[in-house]
Ligand binder design. Sequence first.
Ligand code: PLP
Length: 421
Amino acid sequence: MKSSVWHPFTQHAVAPEPTMIARAEGQWLEAPDGRRIYDGISSWWVVTHGHRHPHIVAAIREQATMLDQVIFAGFTHEPAERLARLLLARVNAGVDNDPLAHVFFSDSGSTAVEVALKMALGFWRNAGEPRSRIIALEHAYHGDTIGTMSAGARGVFNAAYEPLLFEVERVPFPAPGREQATLDAIERACCAAPVAALVVEPLILGAGGMLMYAPSVLGEMRRITERHGALMIADEVMTGFGRTGTFLACDQAGVRPDILALAKGITGGSMPLAATLATGAVFDAHYSTDRAKTFFHSSSYTANPIACAAAVANLEVWDSEPVGERIKRLAGLQADRLASFGDDPRFSSVRRQGTITALDVAVADAGYFAGIGPQLYERFLERGVLLRPLGNTIYVMPPYCTSADDLDLVYDAIRQVVGRG
Ligand SMILES: *Cc1c(COP(=O)(O)O)cnc(C)c1O
């Protein structure tokens, strides 16, 4: 029977039939016939501890028997209240500058960043000093809504929507050795005219090709925005919840942004949910007896109780299990496996940040449409490994329950598949 489902980022005219998945457990996906596939990209970067963590599944089951959904304007519920408290305690641990103080819920990474941009503009307008200039990095990815596409890099993905996208000030990616050019460009942009916000993916630009930069650069970016009184939005939708080795990527630079966007790992990969965290100053700018200063944003499912319960359970796993040690061990295993690729002429820019590794395959037609991407995808799948190269960039973003043997399966597949006809 022909499927009527339209899949995301899928060219149905050339894509192979989608693989049917019936169940999942830990680091494994399982087809209806029992065939297992190792989930090497954490199901598009969302699964952290592993699929169906028992504590998270139990919390979802329990919450579903109590309260499924309720309007979140004028009403509240314990899962959201607890989640906000737990998130703030986590992200403020160990920092003493202007802590993040308020949590706004939505349901995807795109909406979390869209909310962040709206908060920034609202902040300046309500302060009586309207600003709308946004600074963003070259190769950035912040989501697929019109606003977040505007902040993200322009390319074939958004060419059709270009007429509707708003202008942002683009600064060069801080590639190793070229960091100063980025910092100078931000400084210049801030000097030229008042800036509403700098929006960045801390330490790794994900969809832009797993491009990595040093924590010291992030620290410098923060100092520049502080000096010029511009807001900093950290898009930790992908990097949050331990991917870079620390809970937040910002932890490695000891910085806290004015606005922080979280999504993917927030429920451990079990339910759609997102949160945008803001400082007291950003909240206070919207706090007024003047109703026109209200923060005008809502999703129908804002703070869905079942999703919030899953996120609370996720943070409880962080507190009750040695997640930090697991991440450290996984990062070490990843580093070991990657070492042998450093002098392999088939690869370049062999790199790692925390639990994430990436390497570029030498090809003539580098970039997202590099012909090799879809071929590699299919060959990995034949070997029971889900990897979805970004053009000619292969990356591995494993669930934290991954074993040394699992990684051997992955890296043996990479070694055998690339450049062998
Ligand atoms: C995935 C991603 C988004 C968008 O999240 P969705 O949940 O897919 O809307 C935004 N920013 C970054 C850095 C991401 O990796």
